[in-house]
Design a protein around this ligand. Structure first.
Ligand code: PLP
Length: 360
């Protein structure tokens, strides 16, 4: 059976999609129930989004002069951006590992992702690497920060250096900040390249709202003009997701510190178990996101086999590396940990045994 079909049919410890299953705020549910009670779903929502949501997003980013298009998750924003910005053989600076659905959108839009190898120290782009890859075909730099799947974050100086490359070469910077709230420090590219920055914005992971499929495309007015043409949400996006997002953003500062704390503590539990397992290691620790990779290359275990054994024998769902890496996917699994501690403890208990069993 397909792993996702299995996982959706059974009660599993879900560590496969970087979702956030930790308590956030009851206000999200209250807002959704109120909307249902009022049968708000009978009408199309106001085209520009429910009152206050756009402002809440821009306030969260500290970018009052930017514009917002509400989208079905950050995913749809990424699709619209690529369709609007790319034409035949335009190159986009991308990495491997990465979140490949974005690369798929680049290719669908006739662009070419560069897939620069970053499965090595410092486990992220270096400005030098980007500089070397830029040529007359380059149109955009994709900066996922912190990066899925490694969990690496970029320092302010690194963001500045990358923006300088964009400014010098007339490139757009696509700042995918889906995991920003899990980082210790975060710098938006808008600080150093405001006219070139396009933001893919999501409330799926930080706010624990992946199922609501709510996100946004955020950009300065001059860039937004060309992207609006590709906005398919002429009649706005799901009203329940909008109500939930507003309730979450209005209260995020109150509960996000706790989500982050538990997430960090869960990382520690996994680190301990990885440290006591021979031939495996964490390339990035601590992760600045709610996921990281466990390298199992030395054990010569196939990641799919490890994924499947954990899932079908122990009801623990992690992701094999080939989902997020073409060149290095045979060396690791990805696991996320913004879930209740008991699930993480179960993983920590089972993982060393399963590695030993498969590694014989
Ligand atoms: C880097 C990155 N960007 C965007 C997304 C899309 O998130 P959503 O469409 O749920 O907002 C994900 C989801 O995993 C992601 O990892």
């Amino acid at each position: 059976m397909d792993p996702f079909e299995y996982a959706h049919k059974h009660k599993v410890v879900w560590m496969a999609q970087n979702t956030n299953l930790l308590p956030t705020t009851p206000k999200i549910k209250e807002a959704v129930i109120k909307s249902l009670d009022e049968e708000e779903y009978n009408n199309y929502p106001y085209k520009k989004g429910i009152f206050g949501l756009k402002e809440a997003i821009l306030d969260d980013l500290g970018l009052p002069d930017f514009e917002v298009i509400l989208t079905g998750g950050g995913t749809e924003a990424l699709y619209i951006i690529m369709r609007a910005m790319l034409k035949d053989n335009d190159e986009v600076i991308t990495s491997d590992p990465s979140y490949f659905i974005i690369h798929h959108f680049i290719e669908t839009s006739k662009g070419i992702p560069t897939n620069l190898p970053i499965y090595k120290n410092p486990w992220k782009y270096t400005p030098e690497q980007i500089n070397e890859a830029v040529n007359e075909k380059t149109k955009m730099i994709l900066l996922i920060d912190p990066i899925n799947p490694l969990g690496t974050g970029y320092s302010r100086d690194e963001v500045k250096a990358i923006c300088e490359i964009a400014n010098d070469n007339n490139l757009f910077v696509l700042n995918d900040i889906t995991y920003r709230d899990f980082a210790d420090n975060h710098t938006l590219t808008a600080e150093f390249a405001p006219e070139r920055t396009i933001i893919a914005y999501s409330v799926s992971k930080n706010c624990g709202m992946a199922g609501m499929r709510t996100g946004a495309l955020v950009a300065p007015p001059e860039l937004m003009h060309g992207m609006r043409v590709f906005n398919t949400n002429d009649l706005s996006i799901n009203i329940l997701g909008q109500r939930a997002a507003l309730a979450a953003l209005e209260t995020k500062n109150e509960w996000m510190p706790n989500v982050k704390k538990t997430t960090r503590n869960n990382q520690k539990i996994i680190k301990k178990c990885v440290d006591k397992t021979d031939g495996v290691f964490l390339p990035v620790y601590p992760s600045q996101a709610n996921m990281f990779l466990i390298d199992i290359g030395e054990r010569k275990i196939k990641p799919e086999e490890l994924q499947n054994k954990l899932l079908y024998e122990h009801n623990i769902f992690v992701r094999a590396g080939n989902y997020v890496s073409k060149s290095f996917g045979n060396r690791f699994i990805r696991t996320s940990f913004s879930i209740p501690e008991e699930g993480v403890k179960k993983f920590a208990d089972v993982f060393p045994r399963v590695v030993e069993e498969l590694g014989k």
